[in-house]
Design a protein around this ligand. Structure first.
Ligand SMILES: *[C@@H]1O[C@H](CO)[C@@H](O)[C@H](O)[C@H]1NC(C)=O
Ligand SMILES: CC(=O)N[C@H]1CO[C@H](CO)[C@@H](O)[C@@H]1O
Length: 200
């Protein structure tokens, strides 16, 4: 059994590569988001996720057979590939996170009724290509003034935005979508006002 430095690096290289491909490069997109670089279109990888996940499984099984379950190499390979593979699920979890109570109750009320109500916009956004891109859209919404919360769904290409009532029109929301990236086709499919209590 060889365990030279070269072959060691190669094993981790494959674990990282398989993991990245299995996640449709979700992590890479998150890093691009940090630098405000647009959605890189790793989306074309998403349909092949099951294929890359199978490769990752084979890689893990091969490593276990070659080096045993208890070796450090097996442990590191399994950790790298599983963390990377599941990153879209983590990001999705973040995107759809619950309404932040602090935002809901600490926004400065503009009038009496705006203190008790939230205006909800339901959007269809075509062109969201991965969880990383959905995350980028969510961060943009959350950064807008008077936005109380937002959720962006990659699975069904939609978003929910809650704002203080009476401030924004559907067109303002669509402008935000276009400002994030021209390739997104946004449409407000519902707009209504609910009381804050109903959101809890
Ligand atoms: C998209 O899916 C989420 C849950 O998966 C759901 O809450 C939301 O209403 C859906 N959006 C549309 C527009 O159907
Ligand atoms: C902005 C936002 O809603 N962040 C949340 C993302 O999800 C994590 C885990 O559920 C929360 O801790 C964050 O507050």
């Amino acid at each position: 059994m060889k365990s030279g430095g070269g072959s060691l690096k190669i094993s981790y290289f494959w674990a990282t590569l398989c993991g990245l491909l299995s996640s449709s490069c979700c992590i890479i997109q998150l890093i691009l988001n940090m630098f405000s670089i647009g959605c890189a279109g790793f989306s074309l990888l998403t349909p092949y996720r099951p294929v890359f996940l199978s490769f990752t499984a084979i890689l893990i099984i091969t490593t276990i057979f070659q080096y045993g379950v208890r070796s450090k190499r097996t442990l590191v390979t399994v950790l790298i590939s599983i963390l990377l593979c599941t990153s879209p699920e983590f990001v999705s979890f973040y995107n759809q996170s619950n309404i932040s109570m602090t935002r809901l109750f600490s926004t400065v009320p503009l009038s009496d009724h705006s203190n008790k109500q939230v205006e909800i916009f339901i959007l269809q956004i075509n062109g969201i290509s991965c969880e990383g891109c959905a995350n980028r859209i969510k961060n943009n919404f959350d950064a807008q003034l008077h936005v109380i919360y937002s959720k962006v769904y990659f699975e069904n290409q939609s978003a929910i935005i809650g704002t203080l009532p009476g401030i924004y029109e559907a067109n303002d929301i669509l402008t935000w979508v276009k400002m994030i990236d021209f390739k997104y086709e946004g449409k407000v499919i519902q707009q209504y006002i609910v009381s804050k209590e109903d959101l809890l």
